[in-house]
Design a protein around this ligand. Structure first.
Ligand SMILES: [Zn+2]
Length: 288
C-alpha cells in the first residue's frame, strides 16, 4: 500500500498557513524588520522556487521508490515491529523529527555543510518566508540523510508524507515574525518549537545560534540541554556577523555564497576582529 497525504490536502494546508502567517506578521509583528518585507519575500520565494524545482528532479525519484520498497519488504525498525498503522506513523514522525535535529546540528558543525546552511541564516530578518529559504544544494545534499532515515527507521510513504506536511507547517510557524501572547507561546513551547524560541537560533550571537536546534518537538533540545529561552526578542539581531549589509545578501550573492570564498562567519567584516560577545545582547562592535 503506497497511500500518502493527497496534495489536495497538503497544498491548501501549507498555502493557507503561509497566508494566515503573512497576515498575522503584518498585524502583530514580533521583531522590527531591517529590510523591506516585499523585497525579502520576493527573494526568499525565488530561492524557494529553485529549491522546489531541484527537489522535484532529485528527491522524488529517490524517496518515493525507497519508501515504497520499505513498505513492500518491511525494512527498518518500525516495519520490523509490525505495529498498528496509527502507532507506526506517530513513532515515525517522532523518530524523523529527532534525526532531523541531529542533521540540523551537523549542518552547523560540519564546515562544508555550514557553507550551504548559512544561506538560510544570513537573512537579515526572520519571518515565514525565511522558512522557505534554503539553498537548493543544501536540500539536495540532505536527500542522502533522508534516505538513511527512511531505511533505518522504516518510513512508509504514508508516514513520510504526514511528517513532511507537519514539518512544513511547523517551520512556517516557528520562523514567522508573529507576536503570540506570551502565556500562549510559553504553553505551546512545552511541546513544539515557537517563534521566540527559533528567533534565538537565528541570533547574530554565536552561543545563541548554537541552541534551539529542534524543528518540531522541543523535547530534543530539552534532552540534549540545548534549549535556550532566556533571550528577550528585542535584544536579538537576526543574521550572522560576517554578512550585515543588505547588498551582501542579494539573491545573486546568496545563490553563489556556498561556492565562493568563505568568510569567517562569526567575525565582523572590516578589521576582521572577532565580535566580542555579551550573552544577553549584541556584539559590542556593532553598537560602537
Ligand atoms: Zn540553523
Amino acid at each position: 500500500m503506497n497511500r500518502k497525504v493527497p496534495v489536495w490536502i497538503s497544498a491548501p494546508l501549507v498555502c493557507g498557513a503561509f497566508g494566515v502567517l503573512l497576515w498575522l506578521e503584518r498585524r502583530r509583528p514580533l521583531r522590527r524588520a531591517v529590510e523591506s518585507k516585499l523585497k525579502r519575500n520576493a527573494r526568499n520565494l525565488a530561492v524557494a522556487a529553485l529549491s522546489a524545482a531541484a527537489l522535484q528532479v532529485t528527491e522524488r525519484p529517490i524517496t518515493e521508490p525507497l519508501t515504497a520498497l520499505v513498505e513492500r519488504r518491511r525494512w527498518g525498525l518500525l516495519k520490523k515491529a509490525r505495529l498498528p498503522e496509527w502507532l507506526e506513523v506517530a513513532l515515525a514522525i517522532v523518530l524523523l523529527d529527532y534525526t532531523l535535529y541531529v542533521w540540523h546540528v551537523l549542518t552547523h558543525r560540519i564546515p562544508w555543510l555550514w557553507r550551504f546552511h548559512v544561506v538560510h541564516h544570513v537573512d537579515l530578518d526572520l519571518d515565514s518566508s525565511t522558512a522557505l529559504r534554503f539553498h537548493f544544494a543544501e536540500l539536495v545534499i540532505s536527500i542522502l540523510w533522508r534516505a538513511g532515515q527512511v531505511l533505518l527507521i522504516g518510513v512508509s510513504p504514508l508516514s513520510l508524507s504526514v511528517w513532511q506536511t507537519a514539518l512544513f507547517l511547523s517551520i512556517l510557524f516557528h520562523h514567522s515574525n508573529v507576536r503570540l501572547p506570551f502565556e500562549v507561546e510559553r504553553r505551546l513551547n512545552l511541546l513544539i518549537v515557537t517563534p521566540r524560541m527559533h528567533g534565538i537560533h537565528h541570533s547574530i550571537v554565536r552561543e545563541e545560534t548554537n541552541s534551539n536546534w529542534s524543528s518540531g518537538l522541543t523535547l530534543w533540545d530539552r534532552l540534549h540541554g540545548t534549549l535556550r529561552l532566556n533571550v528577550p526578542q528585542e535584544e536579538i539581531i537576526i543574521g550572522v556577523p560576517a554578512y550585515r549589509a543588505p547588498e551582501e545578501v542579494t539573491l545573486a550573492k546568496i545563490l553563489v555564497m556556498p561556492f565562493g570564498e568563505e568568510r569567517p562567519t562569526w567575525q565582523l567584516p572590516g578589521d576582521g576582529k572577532p565580535a566580542r560577545i555579551n550573552l544577553h545582547g549584541t556584539p559590542d562592535q556593532l553598537s560602537a
